[in-house]
Design a protein around this ligand. Structure first.
Ligand code: PSU
Ligand code: MN
Length: 308
């Protein structure tokens, strides 16, 4: 495995010392935001993790190697490459590795690599989910299967309303993935704090969240946990307005025949354009907010007995 995996010295030192580490994904850099906001955000997110007392570990495939902890120039390369960089979910990892290519890792692929490195907490913007119309298209993000099997906690602002959030929660329930509201009783919907869908757990401190992770993995219940952290009030957007823009982006995607791997990046980009960048501002702030919570949860977890 070390033939394929390389962990940055700073990250391996922290892991060996039992210090908190937070994994970060790279699809959000290459496909999730436009240049140069993507590069600036990636750096700011790593700084936010550091300021909160943990070590950031951005995950990507670089020249065919699974990398945990990137240098600034590598983050910039992925950010400039944008959609030219291969978006890597579970199925794509071996292809990118064997080809010696670069790849931006999704939530699913980042969980896989974080787990290989021994990192338990991962912070991002939003997870993939069951797409609207999945009854016909069968478009269900591989992120959900990964959450079912790989023991990494994912801090996110819920999932975008470009998805069918009710079906996404059903899927997670079926596969035994706890969805915890942080400071909320309802699933946040990315730019919006309240999707209207209730959750079964609500915690207000990182220590309570860490106790759930500890209990789950100590019990041998493999798989992830979704820690749903609403976008800060000041950056939340109007739900009706965002819904309208989302509906327009979805119908344009259908008209352009966009599907599969390209669906999520297309919809993200279109909603950002239609909102004159307001959605991007909100996106940046919610990712920073998740990075801070990720660092706090990783710190709380590092104070507990090793589990799983
Ligand atoms: N949601 C966002 N921004 C993103 C993504 C999701 O708000 O950048 C990315 C994440 O990397 C997620 C991926 O894992 O899209 C899901 O893609 P798909 O639906 O193709 O699995
Ligand atoms: Mn998909």
């Amino acid at each position: 495995m070390t033939e394929y995996l390389s962990i940055a010295p700073e990250v391996s030192v922290a892991l060996a010392a039992g210090q908190p580490v937070v994994a970060l994904e790279s699809t959000i850099i290459a496909q999730g935001m436009p240049w140069p906001d993507n590069a600036e955000t990636a750096m700011a997110v790593a700084d936010a993790v550091r300021d909160a007392g943990a070590t950031p570990a951005t995950v990507a495939v670089i020249d065919g190697r699974l990398r945990v902890g990137l240098e600034a120039r590598e983050i910039e390369m992925l950010a400039r490459g944008g959609s030219q960089i291969r978006k890597c979910s579970r199925r794509d990892l071996p292809l990118a590795v064997a080809a010696g290519a670069h790849g931006a890792t999704t939530v699913a692929a980042t969980m896989i690599v974080a787990n290989l490195a021994g990192i338990k907490v991962f912070a991002t913007g939003g997870i993939g989910g069951v797409h609207r119309g999945a009854q016909q298209s069968m478009d269900v993000s591989a992120d959900l299967q990964e959450l079912a099997r790989t023991s990494v906690a994912v801090v996110c602002a819920g999932a975008k309303a470009i998805l069918d959030l009710r079906l996404t929660l059903e899927y997670l329930e079926t596969y035994g993935v706890p969805v915890i509201g942080y400071g909320t009783d309802v699933l946040p919907a990315f730019y919006v704090r309240d999707s209207g869908l209730g959750l079964d757990a609500h915690f207000d401190t990182p220590a309570e969240v860490a106790a759930v992770l500890q209990a789950k993995w100590s019990l041998g219940l493999a798989g992830g946990v979704v820690i749903a952290n609403p976008v800060p009030e000041a950056y939340a957007l109007d739900p009706d307005w965002i819904e309208q823009l989302t509906a327009q982006a979805l119908s344009e995607a259908a008209a352009d025949g966009i599907g599969g791997n390209d669906a999520t990046p297309y919809l993200l980009r279109r909603v950002a354009e239609l909102s004159n960048g307001k959605s991007l501002r909100s996106n940046v702030e919610l990712v920073l907010n998740n990075a801070r919570l990720g660092a706090a949860v990783a710190s709380a977890l590092s104070g507990l007995e090793p589990c799983g």
